[in-house]
Design a binder for this molecule. Structure first.
Ligand code: RB5
Length: 150
């Protein structure tokens, strides 16, 4: 599995911590930035990670901004992306089991590093349940096609 990981300035410290976790877990990763605390715009990094997942350059992605909200909004604009803002363990687990979330979003100013590591670990290790949930995801794909704007 390869993970594309990105953040804005508000998530850069947590990104480094989660990269350490990926290394410990033996998971390949592509760091899409940012790389310093200098102020940047979260949609730019949301786009890089979302495109990496959609192009198959990464199997899944992780995005971090201050609250996680901006990154979630930006990533979910890309048809095919199912970005889940998970600031707790239960949501992280369910976002994989029921929603087959392909991007994990965490609020770097909301969640401490210890909890964030546990959230990421559960999210990385939990498979999709399939079954009835697959039909629901298909309905989301239909909505994406119906609402496509030029
Ligand atoms: C940056 O100050 C902050 O707005 C951003 O990290 C994020 O929280 C936006 O949703």
């Amino acid at each position: 599995m390869t993970i594309a990981i990105g953040s804005d300035h508000a998530g850069v410290e947590l990104k480094e911590e989660l990269i350490s976790l990926l290394k410990e877990m033996g998971i390949e990763y592509a760091d899409m930035g940012t790389s310093s605390p200098a102020s940047v715009d979260y949609p730019d990094f949301g786009e890089l990670v979302s495109e990496a997942v959609l192009k198959g350059e990464a199997d899944r992605g992780i995005l971090i901004c201050g609250t996680g909200i901006g990154m979630s909004i930006a990533a979910n604009k890309f048809p095919g992306i199912r970005a889940s803002l998970c600031n707790d363990l239960f949501t992280a687990k369910m976002s994989r089991l029921h929603n087959d979330a392909n991007i994990l979003v965490i609020g770097g100013r909301i969640v401490g590093q210890g909890l964030a590591r546990e959230i990421a670990k559960v999210w990385l290790e939990t498979p999709f349940d399939g079954g009835r949930h697959l039909d629901r995801l298909r309905k989301i794909t239909v909505i994406e096609k119906k609402t496509k704007r030029q």
